[in-house]
Design a protein around this ligand. Structure first.
Ligand code: FA5
Length: 341
C-alpha cells in the first residue's frame, strides 16, 4: 500500500472513530476529552499526522497536505456542531418557562429580630432615636449612675453576671441612660433595644439571655401623662387594637415613683385566660419618671427638665404576638419552631 493509500485509510479511520465517539458523547466534559484525544497539540492522533507533513517530499505534500487539512476541518466542524447542540440544550432548559420554579433556600430573621424591627419602626415614627447598648459595661453605668451606689440593697434585685475583671454583661438596657443623657441636650427621645444577661434559674418566662427595649424621654414640663400616652400609643400600634391600661406601684431606684404599666390582655381581650393568669391584665412595662439624681449625674438640670424611662421585655412582646408559651424556645435552635415565623 502506497503512502497515499495508507494515509487515506488512517484519516478515514480517524473520521469514523470521531463520528462514533460523538454519537455516544453526552456532556461537554466528555466532548473536550475526545477533542484532546484527536486534536490535542502534542499527542492528538490527527496532530501526529499533521506533524509528518514537513518531512514529506514536495509532491507528497501537494497530495497529502490538503487531505490531512480536509480531515482536520471536518473534525473541527463536527466538534463545533456538538458544542452548539450542548449549549442550546442548556439555554433551553434554563429559560424553559414551563418548568416548575425552584424555591431558593433562604433563611429568615429570627422572630425576636422581626418584632424588634417592628417596634423600632413604631418608635421611630414617634420621633425616637435608636441607640445601641454596650453588651459588656461597667458598674458605673449599670448601677452607680442609676442611683444604685455600692452596697445599695437594690443591687440584689438583679442576678448580675460579673467578669473576672469586674465588668458586667449588661443586666438591663438602663445601663445606657447616663450616656444618652450626656450625649445631647434635651429634648431627648431615645430607645435602646439590646440583649441582657442574668444569672437566673430559667423557666417558661425567664431566660439567662433575653432582650429589652429601654426608652428615655426628657424635655421641659414632662408629666406622667406623657409617659402613659407614649406607652399606650406604642402598644396600640404594635398590637393593632384599642387597649385598656392601668398602672400599679413598683420600685426601681432610678425612677420616682416606680411603676408597672399593665394593659388589658391582648389574647382574651380582658376576659381572663391562661396567658394573663385569668386576671384580664398583662403586667408589661416597668417604668416611671426619671429620678432627679439620675438626671443630675447625666448633666441634666432637674429643676428645668423632667423625663421618664421604661424597660420593656422584648421576648415577652414576641411571645404575646405569636402566642409562644415558652421563652426557652427562642434559643433552642429548634428548626421546627423557627421555621414557623
Ligand atoms: C429592669 O430591668 C429595669 N431596668 C426596667 C426599667 C427601666 C424600669 C427604666 C424603670 C425605668 P426588670 O428587671 O423588671 O426591670 O426587667 C424589665 C423587663 O425585662 C421585665 O418586665 C421582663 O419583661 C424582662 N425580663 C427581666 N428578666 C427577664 C428574664 N430573665 N427573661 C426574660 N425577660 C426578662
Amino acid at each position: 500500500m502506497g503512502l497515499d493509500q495508507n494515509l487515506a485509510s488512517q484519516l478515514k479511520s480517524i473520521e469514523d472513530k470521531v463520528a462514533s465517539e460523538l454519537k455516544q458523547c453526552s456532556d461537554l466534559d466528555a466532548l473536550q476529552k475526545i477533542k484532546a484525544y484527536f486534536l490535542g497539540r502534542k499527542k492528538g492522533k490527527l496532530t501526529q499526522l499533521i506533524k509528518l507533513i514537513p518531512s514529506l517530499s514536495i509532491n507528497e505534500r501537494k497530495i497529502l497536505g490538503p487531505k490531512i487539512n480536509q480531515t482536520k476541518n471536518k473534525l473541527l466542524t463536527l466538534f463545533q456542531e456538538k458544542e452548539k447542540a450542548f449549549a442550546s440544550s442548556n439555554v433551553k432548559s434554563f429559560f424553559d418557562p414551563t418548568l416548575p420554579g425552584e424555591k431558593p433556600i433562604y433563611g429568615h430573621l429570627h422572630p425576636i429580630t422581626q418584632v424588634c424591627y417592628e417596634a423600632e419602626d413604631i418608635f421611630e415614627k414617634m420621633g425616637f432615636e435608636i441607640v445601641e447598648p454596650f453588651e459588656i459595661d461597667d458598674d458605673f453605668h449599670v448601677f452607680e449612675t442609676l442611683n444604685i451606689p455600692q452596697g445599695h440593697p437594690a443591687r440584689d434585685m438583679w442576678d448580675t453576671f460579673w467578669t473576672e475583671d469586674n465588668f458586667i454583661p449588661i443586666t438591663h438596657t438602663s445601663a445606657m441612660q447616663n450616656r444618652i443623657l450626656k450625649s445631647v441636650k434635651p429634648p431627648i427621645r431615645a430607645i435602646v433595644p439590646g440583649r441582657c444577661f442574668r444569672h437566673e434559674a430559667t423557666d417558661a418566662r425567664h431566660e439567662h439571655t433575653f432582650y429589652q427595649i429601654e426608652g428615655v424621654y426628657v424635655d421641659q414640663n414632662i408629666s406622667l401623662a406623657d409617659l402613659l400616652g407614649t406607652l399606650l400609643s406604642f402598644l396600640e400600634a404594635f398590637f393593632q387594637q384599642k387597649l385598656k391600661y392601668k398602672i400599679q406601684p413598683s420600685y426601681f431606684p432610678f425612677v420616682e415613683p416606680g411603676l408597672e404599666f399593665l394593659i388589658s390582655c391582648v389574647i382574651c381581650k380582658g376576659r381572663g385566660c391562661a396567658t394573663c393568669g385569668h386576671s384580664g391584665w398583662l403586667e408589661l412595662i416597668p417604668c416611671g419618671p426619671i429620678h432627679p439624681n439620675v438626671l443630675k449625674m447625666g448633666g441634666v438640670n432637674p429643676e428645668k427638665y423632667s423625663g421618664f424611662a421604661w424597660g420593656m421585655g422584648l421576648d415577652r412582646l414576641v411571645m404575646l404576638r405569636f402566642a409562644i408559651e415558652d421563652i426557652r424556645l427562642f434559643h433552642s435552635g429548634n428548626l421546627r419552631f423557627l421555621e414557623q415565623f
